[in-house]
Each structure stands twice: as structure tokens, then as C-alpha cells.
Design a protein around this ligand. Sequence first.
Ligand code: ADP
Ligand code: MG
Length: 682
Amino acid sequence: MHITALKGIGEKTAELFYKLHITTAEELVHYYPRDYEYFSAPVSLNEADTELPVAVTGRIRGNVATRHIRGLSITSFEVICSDGMTLHMTYFNMPYLKNSLKRDIEYVFRGILQVKGSRYVMEQAKMYKPEEYGRMIDRMLPRYPTTKGLSNHTFVKAMKQAVEAVTLTEDYLPETIRDANHFYTLEQAVHQMHFPDSRESLIKARERLVFDEFLLFILMVRRMKDANQGIANEYPMIEVAETTRLLESLPYKLTGAQNRVWKEIQEDLISERTMNRLIQGDVGSGKTILAFLALLMCVANGYQGAMMAPTEVLAAQHYETLIQMQKQYNLPIHPVLLTGSTPAKEKRAIYAQIESGEANVILGTHALIQDKVVYHRLALVITDEQHRFGVRQRESLAQKGNTVHVLVMSATPIPRTLAIILYGDLHISVLDELPANRLPIKNCVVDTSYRETAYRFIEKEVSEGRQVYIICPMVEEGETDELENVVSYTAKLKGILPPSIQIASLHGKMKPAEKNRIMEAYAAHEIDVLVSTTVIEVGINVPNATVMMIENAERFGLAQLHQLRGRVGRGTAQSYCIFMSKSKKPDTIARLKILNESNDGFYIASQDLKLRGPGDLFGIRQSGALCFTLGDIYQDANILQNASEWAERILSQDAALKGEQYASIGKYLEHAFINEVDFRTI
Ligand code: ADP
Ligand code: MG
């Protein structure tokens, strides 16, 4: 059912939904809320939280006054709360309140409570009649990740219709599994996910959907494992002098861990079986050089090698680095870059070079496994960061007649037990050592009153020839202004820092070519300060950048903050990371301070979870790792374990998933859109 069939969605609104990759009602119901607005029972002022919206009950006392200042009308009045305390209310540009408010009745006011000196203040609070608010208590209103011009209100209205219209009764998960886990049906889960009756039902709904996601993923992994095990090496290689020569000319020596893993890779490529290997190594552990060595070995043996990155920016960076190395060390390689935004004419030329074998190292995004690409002797595919090389991609290459060597590189720190579940089809190498020439990054966790000082510090670093990243959680101004956004922040910063400092912005809504241009300019030091979203989270390597400042740090999971921090401290200079928190709450600050304690990504993620407790499921995602839609491998480690046990049980009973009981899973698996093959650019 097309979304324009829903009431209130015309072509114009539909366009906005398309931007979010939603074209049908079926897709809409699987687009889940970012978080929920929770209407809690009214509290007394001295017990009220000062950072989240709260509701208080009270009566208006005295006059409702409206003043006009510079074209702005300000309406203010006092409220005597049910506990006898006074609350000062302010509203902007709502002069009609003066006549519509009644003095002698009770209202419920809901908003963010501010404490100014000894006064309690609320601005722009929503007002309800007590019986009206009473009906909303404990209700959760979904808030969707929407796009500019598409309000949450429109979204909710469309979703209400969609969940009614879409048939979800065909649940692929057999009743036996649902019953054993006390799971909701698919229909219940989807309904409760969007319009939960209670917090408990929301948690239950999410648990079911996360289980689904993990179960399908694990079944896919198991399939790949069975398919890959012991495939004969169609592209046998020998050790070559070129890699040894490169290692001798590099300005640094490989770490012990890099050396060990490089040996493992070489053994794989030489062996009688096709390589399927994962390199797990924390940010900055030096994975890229291992990938380049493998590509070089491949080329020296007369084959082609390809390396895929999840974003164009990262693909372009690898290309530049490799070109530079090729020139500097006179490497016998001919690299090409192939991404979605490569112009058509250039693309055709590159296709021809790949087909003839003239190009022997192919770098790019998923564009490099598309139908049009015909390889000459492709023997190795490497994927860098975040995205696995999925079954579909292997299939599409297999159709081209290749069973290639596969090397997956990931900076996601996970313990071995989880890695075996998630990467069961791959052999695992761990890079557990950072290059020795690094100075530890200096961190500080501060509140916004420190901002001035931070800007002065940034100025000083820039004047010494260094570069800076500033991260904001949002792209542009949205419905709520609680979070910093890249667009406004950049404009503001240009007014604060001296004009000699070059400031630019980067975010996911820019065209890929534009993103590349900015990133190249930053790498070439034509830009001093880059204001960006987490689009730079993965992979980016500009060793001259020494300051990372993260706004609204309280809104990020620590594992993600750790990844962001990993963008600095990549050279020999001292680097700094400033975590700017809008929240002054002691537990928020304490949580962020964990980042000071350790540079071990997994330790950080697990401490974060311990502090926040299992109830805190929404709002903060630990990581975008592996790109599950709802599931989070850290937060939902228990569900992951459970799904893994079920997968084991299911496959031991019916490995082909063709029998009566599990056929529905098998069928679903054939058609499922599995996120591991999702190459959405961030
Ligand atoms: P990541 O593991 O996060 O992908 P990179 O491969 O981008 O890390 O490496 C980060 C930086 O460290 C690069 O500038 C790289 O040249 C450098 N590097 C890699 N290995 C070493 C080493 N053994 N000694 C010193 N510097 C290294
Ligand atoms: Mg990397």
C-alpha cells in the first residue's frame, strides 16, 4: 500500500517520506521511534527533575501580563502550585493567553523546570485541564527521526493509520518459540513499539523485535559459515618481495600485533582454503596498512584486489593514501576509485580498466560490486569498518564466477563470546596493541560554561598549525532546540572565532561529492575547524587534527564517543578531547568520566551499561556498530545470547529451514532485508 493512500499524505508530504526511504505503509510500520515523550504524573516543585519535562499542578495567581520587547511579546504570570510553592511562567508570542486563561481553576503545566536563583521558572509550558492530563498519564508519545518539513505530528497521524492498515498477522516466528520466550506476536510488538500501553509493554515489544533481528542475522551468518567452510583456494598466492620492501621503507615499524596478524593473513592467502578473516582492532591500531599489504600481495601475485568502505569519504581517503604510497614507494599497483558519485563518463572508463585488468586495486563503496563491474581476476575483497561483507554481496560476486578471499576489518570492540556469535563464519585476528609513538589523548569532561575557554584553546591550537573537529548531534535546526546542530553552530562559530580561521561543516544530508570535497580540503589543511555530525565517526585519518570537541556529549553512548575520540591522537603530537555536556547531573558527568579511565573500547562500553542499568533503553545508542536497526550488541547482549541459542536449536532440528515448523523462518530469511548488507551512507 503506497503511503499516499493514507489520509493526510499528499504527493508533497510523500516526497518527505521518500527522503527517509519510506514509500509504502508496510515500510512505515517498520520505521521505529527514536524515543518517546513520557507523560508522568504531576510532582511537587522541590522534587521535580530539572532536565527532563515535568508536570506540576497549580492555579494562576494575580495578573497575566503581556509586554512587548523588540517585536517579541512576552506573557508572564505566577502559579501557586498544589504544594504551595510559586512557579513563574513565561510564554513568547502568545498574547491571546491573557484572555483565554482562567484564574479560578486548576491546570497541569508541563515543561522544563529551571531554577533561577531562588525562583522556579518554566518557559513555554504546555497547559492541560487536570482530567485531560489524567488520561495521558503514563502514556508515551512516539517521536520519530524525521526530516525537515515533516513534523512528528504528521508522522504519528500517518503511523496510526498504517498500523491499522497493514496486515501483520503472518508471524514468521513459530508459536513454540514465542511461547517459550513469552514474546508478543509480531502484530502486538509492532503496535506496542509505536503506541505503547506502558513502559513494560514497550520493553517487551522491543525485546521481541530485537530478538528477530538478531535471530535472522545469526541464521544468515550460520548459512555463510556452512557455505564457506573449506572452500578450496581458487587464488593461491606465494609470499612476495614487494610487501617486504614496503615494510622496510615505511617510516615506522609494525607493532607486534600488526606483525602477527600480517603473518596470519599471508598464511591464509597461501593456504589451500579461501580466506575468511576478521581483523578486530581498536581505533588507531593500524588496520589500514595491513589491508594495503594484503592488496599488494594480491597484485604481485597477478590478481586484482578490492577494498570497500561504508562511506564515500572513507573510500576516497583510502584511495588518496594509496596513491601517495604508490608514488612514494614506487609500488607496482594501479588503484582506481569507484563510488556512487563518480561521474558516468569516468565510471565507464574505470569499468573498462577493471575489465581489462589494467586497474588492479579497486577502492570504493558498494558501487564496486554492482552488476556493471566485470572483474579481470578478482581474488580478494576487503571491507573496512562497520559493514560486513554480506551473503548477498558474496552471492553477487559468486555469480561473476568468483569465490574470493574475504578480509573484514572492524574497530568495534566486542568480547570474544559475542564476536563468535556475530562473526561465527570468520576467523578472528585481534590487534591488541597501539603504535608506541602515540601520546595518550588528554580528555576533559566539562559543562557549557567552559565553552569560552574551549574556544580560546581551539584558537591556540589552530595558531600552532593544528586542526580541530567539533561534533554536534543534529544536522539542522529541528523541532526541539535542546541539541546543537551543525548548520547553526557553524554560523555561530564564524562569528566567534577570528576570520583567519577557516571553518567548514560536514553532515550526512550533503551530497556525497560535496562531502568528499570538504573532507579532502580538511585533509589538505585548507580547513582548520570542521563542524560535523558523527559522519566522521568511522575511519577518518587526519593525523594533524589534535582537538576533538563533542557537543551534547551526554547524548552519545560511550562506545560512540570513544570512536569519535579516535579521530585525534593519530600522529605524534599531543591531542585533546573535550566532552561538552549540557547536563550538570552528577551521574551524567560520572558516566562521561569513564572515558578518562580507559582507552579500551570494550571496557568503556561495559562500564557505561553498568551505570545506566538495563531499563534505560531509549535515547542513547551504544554504537552504530553492525548497523542493526533496533538491537545494540552491548545493550542487548542477553537477547543476542538467547537468539544464538535458539538459532542453534532451530538448525539442529532443521538445518535447511524447510520443515513445517521452521519453513516460515526460512521463507522470511530468503526475502528479509538484513541489515548486514545495508550500505546506507551515514
Ligand atoms: P585504524 O586501525 O583506526 O584504521 P589506521 O590504520 O588509520 O588506524 O592508522 C592510524 C594511523 O597510524 C595512520 O596514520 C597510520 O599511518 C599510523 N600507523 C599505523 N601503524 C603504525 C605503526 N606501527 N607505527 C606508527 N604509526 C602507525
Ligand atoms: Mg580504519
